[in-house]
Design a protein around this ligand. Structure first.
Ligand SMILES: Nc1ncnc2c1ncn2[C@@H]1O[C@H](COP(=O)(O)OP(=O)(O)OP(=O)(O)O)[C@@H](O)[C@H]1O
Ligand SMILES: [Mg+2]
Length: 602
C-alpha cells in the first residue's frame, strides 16, 4: 500500500523545485486521508454533534427561568436539570469518541508520511546526499511531519466542525433574539482587526522559534556525533559557548512567542468578555422595554460561546495551517523528488555474477563541485582477478569503486559487469552481489550477531559462527560474557579498530559476494592483530574478483594487477616488479609509501 501511494506521488520533479500552490499542497495532503474517509467523516460528525449536544442546554435554562420557576414547578425543574446533565454526559462521550477517531486517522497519516519519507531517503542516490544536509533531512522526518500532524488535526478536528458550529449558533441566536444577534455580529470585526494586526507578528516569532529549535537540535546532534573530536582537542569550553548561544536564541524566541501568544489570548478573552457585557447591557435594555425575557438573555449568553469559540478556533488555526504548510512544502518536495539514479529501475535482476568488470572510456564529474574525478578510464578485469588500486589522495580510487557499486553513473562511457551495462541492471540486486569492507567499518548499534547477519539476513547461527571463525573474530567474541549478543555501541565504539575490521570481514564473508571492494585500513595495528586480519582477508579474497585500495606493500605485491591512479586517470598498470622497473609514478609512490619496497622486491 505504501509503495502504491508512493508511485502516485512521483510527479516529474528532478530539479527539486515545486510550484504547488497552498491549496494544491493541502489537497495533496488531504488525499492521504482517502483510505480513512469514512472514519474521518464519522469523527467530524461526532465532533460536530458534541458541540450541538450542548446547544439545547441554555434553551433549557431559559425554560426553567421563564416558565418553571415562576410556575413553581419543582418536578419540571428537576426533570429539565436531569436532561441538561444527560446532554453534558452525551457531550463528553461524543467528544471522546470523535477525538479518538480523528486522532487515529491523522496519526496514521503522519506515520504513513514518515514511512514514505524514510523509504524515499533510502532510495535517494549518493548524489542527493552530496547535496543535502543531514540535519535538514532529519528535520523533515521528525519535526516537519509533527507540524503537519498538528495542522491535520486542526483542520480535521476543529476546522470543519467549527465552521458548521458557527452557522448553527448564528441560526439559534437569531432565533432567540434577532436584535441582540445583530448587535453581536456588529462587534465581530473587532476580533478580526486584532487578529489581523497581531497574527503576522506571531507568525514571524513562530518562525524564529522553529528555526531556533532546528538549530539547537542540529547543534546538540553535531556535538554528540563529534564528542571524541571535541574531547581530544579539549574544545569543551568552546563548544559549550556555542551551544549556550544557541540555547539563548531559542529562549529569546520562545519567550517572544509565548508572551505574544499570551497577549493575543488575553486580548481575545477581553474582547469576548466585553462582548458578553455589551450583550448584558443591550439585553437589559431590551428586557426593561419588554422586548425580551430574562430567560432569553441567559440562553443568549449561554449560546454566544458557540459562536465565538469557533471564531477563535478558526483564527487560531491560521497559524497552525501556516506552520503546517511551511512544513508540507519541503516534505512534498522531498517525496516527489525524482532521483534519476537510484530510482533507475534497471530491468535486469542480477542473481549470480561471474565478476568480470570493465570500464569503457569512463569519465566522471561530481555535479556538486563540477570536479572531474575520473578521466577516460579503460580497464577490463577478469573473473577472480585481484586488482590493487594505488595513487595519491584524491586521485580517484574511491570514486572508481563507487562506480562499480552503481552509487554514481559515469558521466561519459560505460561500466560493464559481466558484459552488462550497469545502467541496465537492477541496482539493488547488483549490490547484493558486491561486498564492501571499508576503512571505517561501519557497524550498527546492535548485537554482534545482528551486525554480522547484515551480510545475509537469513544466515543460520552456525554459518555466522563459521564466518566469524574464518575472519579470526570468534576468539574475541567468545571472550565477552554476552558473546554474539554483545551490543557494539554507536558505530561499534565498544570494540577496537582491529575487532571492528574483523567483524566487517566476517560480514562480507557471510554475504559471499562475487565482487569484493576492499579499502585497506591505513591505521597501523599491532603486528599480531595485523597478522590475524591479513589472514582473514586472504580467506575473504579467495575465489572472487577483488578491488583493493591498497595501503600495504604485501597487498600490492600479491595483486594480479596494480592500477596506478593520478589526477583521475590510470597512468600505469601492471605487476609490482614490472611497474617498479619503469621508474615512473608507481616507483615514486612506492618510495614514499613503502620505503622498503625496492629492497624487498629486488
Ligand atoms: N562526494 C563528492 N563530491 C564532490 N567531489 C568529490 C566527492 N568525493 C570525492 N570528490 C573529489 O573527487 C576527487 C577524487 O576523490 P576520491 O575520493 O575518489 O579520491 P581517493 O583516490 O579515494 O583519495 P583517498 O586516497 O584520499 O581516499 C577528489 O578531488 C575529491 O575532492
Ligand atoms: Mg578514498
Amino acid at each position: 500500500m505504501l509503495s502504491g501511494k508512493f508511485q502516485s506521488l512521483n510527479a516529474k520533479n528532478t530539479s527539486g523545485e515545486d510550484y504547488l500552490s497552498p491549496s494544491r499542497l493541502l489537497r495533496w495532503y488531504i488525499s492521504f486521508f482517502q483510505k480513512d474517509r469514512l472514519r474521518i467523516a464519522t469523527g467530524v460528525l461526532l465532533t460536530l454533534l458534541q458541540s450541538v449536544a450542548l446547544v439545547p442546554v441554555p434553551l433549557i435554562l431559559r425554560r426553567i427561568i421563564d416558565t418553571y420557576i415562576p410556575g413553581r414547578n419543582t418536578h419540571a425543574i428537576l426533570a429539565a436539570c436531569a436532561i441538561a446533565a444527560g446532554l453534558y454526559l452525551l457531550h463528553a462521550m461524543l467528544a471522546f469518541s470523535g477525538r479518538s477517531l480523528t486522532l487515529l486517522c491523522t496519526k496514521r497519516v503522519t506515520e504513513n508520511l514518515r514511512a514514505l519519507l524514510c523509504m524515499q531517503l533510502q532510495q535517494m542516490s549518493l548524489r542527493f546526499y552530496d547535496r543535502e544536509r543531514a540535519s535538514e533531512l532529519h528535520a523533515r522526518v521528525v519535526i516537519d511531519t509533527e507540524r503537519i500532524d498538528v495542522m491535520g488535526n486542526a483542520i480535521v478536528v476543529h476546522g470543519v466542525s467549527s465552521a458548521i458550529m458557527f452557522f448553527i449558533a448564528s441560526g439559534v441566536l437569531s432565533w432567540v433574539n434577532f436584535q441582540l444577534f445583530l448587535m453581536t455580529i456588529a462587534l465581530l470585526p473587532l476580533f478580526y482587526t486584532a487578529h489581523r494586526i497581531l497574527k503576522p507578528r506571531m507568525r514571524e516569532v513562530n518562525r524564529l522559534f522553529r528555526d531556533g529549535m532546528e538549530g539547537m537540535s542540529s547543534k546538540v546532534n553535531d556535538l554528540l556525533q563529534s564528542i571524541r573530536l571535541v574531547k581530544s582537542f579539549a574544545r569543551e569550553a568552546h563548544e559549550q559557548k556555542r551551544a549556550e548561544r544557541q540555547f539563548r536564541t531559542v529562549t529569546r524566541s520562545a519567550l517572544a512567542m509565548t508572551i505574544l501568544d499570551s497577549f493575543y489570548n488575553n486580548l481575545m478573552g477581553f474582547l469576548t468578555n466585553s462582548t458578553t457585557i455589551a450583550i448584558y447591557a443591550t439585553g437589559g435594555l431590551l428586557i426593561t422595554r419588554g422586548r425580551m425575557t430574562v430567560g432569553d438573555l441567559i440562553a443568549f449568553t449561554g449560546i454566544i460561546g458557540f459562536l465565538i469559540s469557533p471564531i477563535n478556533i478558526l483564527m487560531g488555526m491560521v497559524t497552525m495551517v501556516y506552520a503546517g504548510l511551511a512544513s508540507l512544502k519541503p516534505v512534498h518536495r522531498l517525496l516527489t523528488l525524482d532521483d534519476p539514479l537510484e530510482k533507475y529501475k534497471g530491468k535486469r535482476i542480477v542473481t549470480q555474477l561471474n565478476g568480470a568488470v570493465a570500464f569503457e572510456h569512463v569519465s566522471f564529474v561530481y555535479d556538486t563541485t563540477g570536479k572531474k574525478a575520473l578521466c577516460d578510464i579503460n580497464v577490463s578485469v577478469r573473473t577472480g582477478e585481484t586488482i590493487a588500486l594505488v595513487g595519491e589522495s584524491g586521485a580517484g580510487k574511491t570514486t572508481f569503486s563507487n562506480l562499480i557499486m552503481g552509487f554514481y553513473f559515469p558521466t561519459e562511457g560505460r561500466v560493464l559487469i559481466d558484459d552488462m551495462d550497469i545502467r541496465e541492471l537492477n541496482l539493488r540486486t547488483l549490490r547484493e552481489c558486491i561486498g564492501v569492507v571499508s576503512q571505517e567499518n561501519v557497524l550498527l548499534n546492535t548485537s554482534i550477531i545482528d551486525n554480522l547477519r547484515y551480510g545475509r539476513m537469513d544466515a543460520t547461527k552456525e554459518e555466522v559462527i563459521a564466518a566469524a571463525r574464518a575472519a579470526n573474530a570468534l576468539e574475541f567474541i567468545e571472550e565477552t560474557p554476552e558473546g554474539f549478543d554483545a551490543v557494539v555501541g554507536d558505530r561499534g565504539v565498544r570494540l577496537s579498530g582491529g575487532q571492528r575490521q574483523r567483524l566487517a570481514i566476517a560480514r562480507a564473508l557471510l554475504k559471499n559476494p562475487q565482487i569484493l571492494i576492499l579499502d585497506e585500513a591505513t591505521s597501523s595495528l599491532d603486528s599480531e592483530s595485523e597478522a590475524k586480519i591479513q589472514e582473514a582477508l586472504e580467506r575473504l579474497k579467495a575465489n572472487r574478483t577483488c578491488f583493493i585500495i591498497a595501503h600495504r606493500l604485501s597487498t600490492v605485491i600479491s595483486a594480479d594487477r596494480i592500477l596506478v591512479f593520478k589526477g583521475g586517470s590510470i597512468v600505469e598498470s601492471g605487476k609490482h616488479a614490472e611497474l617498479l622497473g619503469k621508474g615512473g609514478e608507481y616507483t615514486r609512490l612506492c618510495q614514499r609509501q613503502f620505503p622498503s619496497a625496492q629492497k624487498e622486491s629486488a
